[in-house]
Design a protein around this ligand. Structure first.
Ligand SMILES: Cc1cc2nc3c(=O)[nH]c(=O)nc-3n(C[C@H](O)[C@H](O)[C@H](O)COP(=O)(O)OP(=O)(O)OC[C@H]3O[C@@H](n4cnc5c(N)ncnc54)[C@H](O)[C@@H]3O)c2cc1C
Length: 413
């Protein structure tokens, strides 16, 4: 048996940023993943937008009509494919309880505090691990087709922009006919898969972080309210502290330990096109608010993502869903991308009913922590959540409080 190490379970963007935050504080860290490399699940082909301007809770009074339209099959962005899934009923009940205006304000405030921390931590991480070239810190856009929609969403938080601004700053978006919308100067964009992989290399080289791939965690050894070891198929790794960052599979790891984080897999789709003419593509990452699509271009590709589908853990690529992406790109950017077929993908967003992730220590164990349930904002919040958790683990908690989703089993940050 070696010396106990800080063990992060999950090598997605959330686990990787947790490992970064712990390792830079001089702690010995091992990251474990059941897959052959980092960022092979939800962190693989997301939109890549560091979406500080969209850091708000979905559950709220506006979500109810959206869900009713989805139940009637009339919502282009939200699909209900497994309506009888018992896990969805449990999650859905809590989601509905969070749909009051007061709950939404509380959850959104938590997410905004997380986003502010994240926006400070992300450039720090990029600079320290020398990943600056992979992330573009030039802001992001939230665009609408009509002025009255912009008026309805103007809460004064973001900078309002009009077609003249688009014509001057991002001509391909002016040509696409948007009426304008909002600029979030704090947003950024970068390929989450590439960043996670590059971070793993840098963490190993600079901080001696150890990685165990192809290694599913099968359980835990524990005694007197402390996790003593993390069990793999044929060995047990001695643990100082353990962090669960296993995305939608976090509840599977937690259940045998006596608690169940309420995280539902909300399925999304992406398409990735090789770029033929970058000058015809938007410079800024953006959300098309009417079409409910996210669009970003980096590293010679165009990435478009859409759809929140409640389908359990099914990862089937449905053609009727991916057609939304391919039709959008053909109509707007067909002359800018190569004729080669796009790479299509689905991912399961690990979503809490509240909006913010579960972040904190598990009450029943002195050294077990959770950093999971980041929903549609895992890339955005990852560096900040990692930093806050590492502060809490080392007792240096300087950051904001009341950032986590609440749960009976959790001492939430
Ligand atoms: C279509 C789409 C678009 C998105 N766009 C954006 C965006 O623009 N901006 C943004 O901020 N977010 C976006 N997201 C959300 C973001 O991708 C997720 O929140 C984020 O990837 C979650 O990261 P994670 O590390 O928690 O989970 P994952 O990336 O899923 O990683 C979890 C890891 O845990 C491992 N694991 C699980 N169980 C075990 C076990 N027993 N033993 C060992 N390892 C285990 C898995 O193998 C996996 O590698 C999008 C998501 C989707 C689906």
């Amino acid at each position: 048996m070696g010396q106990p190490r800080h063990i992060v379970i999950g090598a997605g963007i959330v686990g990787m940023m947790t490992a970064w935050a712990l390792a830079r504080r001089g702690l010995p860290v091992t990251v474990i993943d059941r897959l052959p490399g980092p960022a092979e699940l939800c962190s693989r082909a997301n939109a890549g937008i560091v979406s500080i301007g969209h850091s708000s809770a979905w559950a709220g009074p506006d979500a109810l009509p959206q869900l009713l339209r989805a139940m009637a099959g009339r919502n282009p962005g939200v699909k209900l494919t497994a309506p009888f899934d018992p896990a969805l009923w449990r999650w859905g009940t809590r989601f509905l309880l969070n749909c009051t205006g007061a709950a939404q304000a509380r959850n959104t405030a938590r997410m905004m505090r997380l986003a502010e921390t994240a926006r400070a931590a992300l450039p720090e991480m990029a600079q320290e691990l020398e990943l600056d070239a992979l992330i573009r810190f030039e802001g992001g856009l939230y665009l609408y087709n009509a002025t009255n929609e912009i008026d309805a969403h103007d809460d004064g938080r973001l900078t309002r922009i009009d077609p003249d601004w688009l014509a001057e700053n991002d001509p391909p978006l002016a040509r696409a006919g948007f009426a304008g919308g909002f600029l979030s100067p704090m947003d950024a964009a970068g390929n989450c898969h590439e960043v996670t992989r590059a971070a793993a290399k840098a963490l190993s080289a600079k901080h001696g972080v150890q990685f165990r791939y192809n290694s599913a965690v099968t359980g835990f050894s524990h005694a007197h309210g402390k996790i003593t070891g993390v069990n793999l198929a044929d060995e047990t790794l001695p643990a100082a502290q353990v962090i669960l960052a296993a995305g939608v599979e976090t509840p599977d790891l937690a259940r045998p330990l006596g608690f169940a984080p309420d995280i539902y897999p909300v399925k999304g789709y992406s398409g990735t096109w090789e770029v033929r003419d970058q000058s015809r593509l938007p410079r800024h990452p953006y959300i098309d608010e009417a079409a409910m699509l996210a669009v970003a271009s980096y590293g010679g590709v165009l990435r478009v993502t859409a759809i929140a589908e409640f389908a359990g853990r099914d990862r089937t690529l449905r053609e009727d869903r991916t057609k939304v992406l391919t039709d959008y790109v053909a109509a707007r950017f067909g002359d800018a991308v190569s004729d080669a077929p796009p790479v299509l993908w689905t991912g399961l967003r690990p979503s809490t009913p509240h909006g913010p992730p579960f972040l904190g220590r598990v009450k029943a164990y002195d050294n077990l922590w959770v950093n999971a349930g980041h929903g549609q904002l895992g890339w955005t919040l990852s560096a900040g959540c990692g930093a806050l958790l590492a502060d809490a683990i080392t007792g240096a908690a300087n950051g904001p409080r009341e950032v986590s989703a609440p749960a009976r089993w959790l001492m939430p940050l």
